[in-house]
Design a protein around this ligand. Structure first.
Ligand SMILES: [Zn+2]
Length: 604
């Protein structure tokens, strides 16, 4: 059936709104333990969107226009001055009943649910928004002009903050018309959107006709403090961008980073388990249930047939639901570790890997950016996690302790995304070891990965991060190699990928080079370890970064209201300061953009 010809469904993805019999039967057959539960009042649509991941080219960052901030602020002032003339029509709300479709029986369209808005005719160009799918988080869309919309994001459940992640769809597009979107309740004081980052988009028609997956798009992008006061002090921030869609009546998804849902993970794990080649290399175990009742699993990877003594390595990810790249890197690591390469075999022969791929499943399902359903940041609960409020952290900590008892636990790493810095880097913990052994593993990663930046690594023990996995486990269990792996939401600021966005190829590269660095770190000859130890000695790296105060802000706790210094300043001053910084960083980056995308490394 061609949905696009259906009256009132101009480009709307109808398959989101109903499940056919085959899908219903499939779900009945599925293991009920792995059904997705929201645990909230958020009702998911019958279906979630499915995407193709093509091998996208390296996409350049945008060149920020020098006057973009002035222009954005001017538009903001115009909207305030001419507020009476704006349409101010609520065209989407993810929880409130729709005045447009509340009296229509969805069954007449063969659906279980209806979109919030249905176009009145082919000439009605109002966009039809949707976000009631897994990880979606658009709360409301307000049409303010024919082709301009203000968007409001859902804060994390049981909090009033943490809006940064966004993921929603819109349909009924018009080709070559300039649309503008303003996400008006952002929280962080600065954003990579002012340093060349573009939002990600996915066109259903582009995917269908040309097999194009997620791509970067948008222009006139700016992130600035707006005039909306927050209840507890401070102001909100706006991300504004314009975009021209390529197709009429298309359905386009827009996101902060490549979406990666719990359902996607369950499918991936099922596939992994049923792969006959991998069956003997990986075991899937249940760790615990989340607050919403979703089953959190972990994997054990190793060569279970040889009795050789093995060292332990634990890798976790997605404690922060909005940092979706962590899941891609995790998936590529699992692929590598369970794969057929010589290196993977060496790793399985010498190590037991315990992997918790998704620590904050409920947050992922509900479209949170940072917290779980207890409304807390799980990466601050590692000192004394509560079994009921933070079950996945409690049980992962038990798993770490048990592993430490049964074998030499040599490495722990928690994978994250970073919202303000570029590059890929690590945070570690510096203690009393005069040889600074904690620097070795990150330096080996630098040698193996073209986008890994050692200068961005930080080994400080910040007071407000004491409850993070990195510091808490380092302190309690004395794991020298205890790290957070951070990846920019944007891209690199050096090397061959400078000025290009990170994409799935880069995530694969970091995953593989991380695994290869483990071999370098623990091979018996210690050849590469000796080299970097010498480098540490020669370059006096021993003392570096023990007191580098500028290199903090890890694990992403960088909200304006957390910073007492910022609270003490008058708001206008903050705005000007931020704006100066933003413009400063924009103009600095103008000249050196290369014209051709970098060539891919061989063998990837
Ligand atoms: Zn994080």
């Amino acid at each position: 059936m061609d949905f696009n010809t259906d009256e009132h469904f101009y480009g709307i993805n109808k398959s989101l709104y109903y499940k056919n019999e085959e899908q219903k039967n499939e779900i009945k057959k599925m293991d009920p333990e792995y059904l997705t539960r929201t645990g909230t009042d958020f009702v998911l649509l019958p279906n979630s969107p499915e995407f193709i991941n093509h091998n996208e080219p390296f996409e350049p960052m945008y060149i920020p226009k020098q006057t973009i901030l002035e222009e954005s602020l001017r538009r903001e002032i115009e909207r305030i001055c001419f507020a009476d003339t704006l349409l101010n029509k609520v065209v989407f709300d993810c929880t409130d009943p729709s005045p447009f479709t509340k009296d229509i029986d969805p069954a007449i369209y063969g659906l279980e649910v209806l979109p919030f808005y249905l176009p009145q005719s082919k000439e009605d160009s109002t966009l039809v928004f949707e976000s009631r799918f897994e990880s979606g988080n658009l709360r409301r869309a307000i049409q303010i002009c024919d082709y301009e919309y203000n968007l409001i994001l859902k804060p994390d459940y049981y909090t009033t903050m943490n809006t940064q992640w966004f993921y929603f769809s819109l349909s009924n597009t018009r080709k070559d018309v300039e649309y503008r979107f303003n996400i008006i309740n952002m929280m962080k004081p600065d954003s990579l959107y002012n340093s060349g980052m573009k939002p990600l988009m996915y066109s259903e028609q582009g995917a269908k006709q040309k097999k194009i997956g997620w791509f970067r798009d948008g222009h006139e992008i700016c992130y600035y403090q707006n005039n909306m006061k927050r209840k507890n002090g401070g102001f909100y921030y706006t991300l504004t961008f314009a975009v021209k869609f390529q197709h009429d009546f298309d359905c386009v998804y827009i996101a902060h980073c490549y979406p990666y849902t719990f359902t996607h993970l369950c499918r991936y794990l099922k596939q992994l388990e049923s792969d006959p080649a991998k069956k003997n290399r990986v075991k899937r175990k249940q760790l615990c249930q989340t607050i919403a009742g979703n089953m959190c699993d972990f994997l054990i990877i190793g060569d279970f047939n040889n009795g050789k003594e093995k060292k332990g390595i634990i890798i976790t990810s997605r404690v922060h639901p909005g940092e979706t790249m962590a899941s891609y890197v995790m998936e590529y690591m699992i692929d590598f570790l369970t794969g057929n390469t010589h290196e993977a075999r060496i790793l399985r022969e010498n190590f037991i890997f315990k992997i918790v791929p998704m620590l904050n499943i409920d947050g992922v399902v509900n479209g949170n950016y940072r917290c779980n359903l207890a409304g807390v940041d799980l990466n601050r609960q590692w000192i004394d996690p509560n079994k009921k409020q933070h079950p996945t952290i409690y049980h992962t900590k038990q798993l770490v302790k048990k592993t430490k008892e049964e074998r030499d636990l040599v490495l722990f790493c928690d994978i994250h995304g970073h919202s303000r810095k570029k590059n890929i880097f690590m945070y570690g913990c510096s203690g009393k070891d005069p040889n600074r052994k904690e620097l070795v593993f990150p330096m080996l990663n630098r040698n193996n990965c073209s986008v890994f930046s050692f200068k961005d690594c930080c080994f400080l023990l910040q007071k407000d991060r004491e409850g993070s996995a990195r510091i808490a486990l380092w302190r309690e269990l004395s794991i020298i190699n205890c790290y957070t792996l951070e990846m920019s939401f944007c891209g690199a600021d050096f090397g061959k990928y400078e000025y290009f966005h990170f994409n799935l190829d880069i995530y694969k590269e970091i995953a593989q080079s991380f695994c290869l660095s483990i071999i370098d770190c623990y091979e018996p000859e210690q050849i590469k370890v000796k080299q970097v130890m010498e480098e540490i000695e020669q370059n006096s790296l021993k003392n570096q970064q023990k007191d580098d105060k500028n290199n903090s802000g890890d694990e992403g706790s960088d909200y304006s209201n957390d910073d007492p210094k910022e609270q003490a300043m008058p708001q206008q001053q903050i705005q000007l300061q931020n704006n100066d910084q933003q413009l400063g960083s924009q103009t600095k980056k103008l000249k050196k953009i290369p014209l051709l995308p970098p060539k891919k490394k061989k063998g990837q």
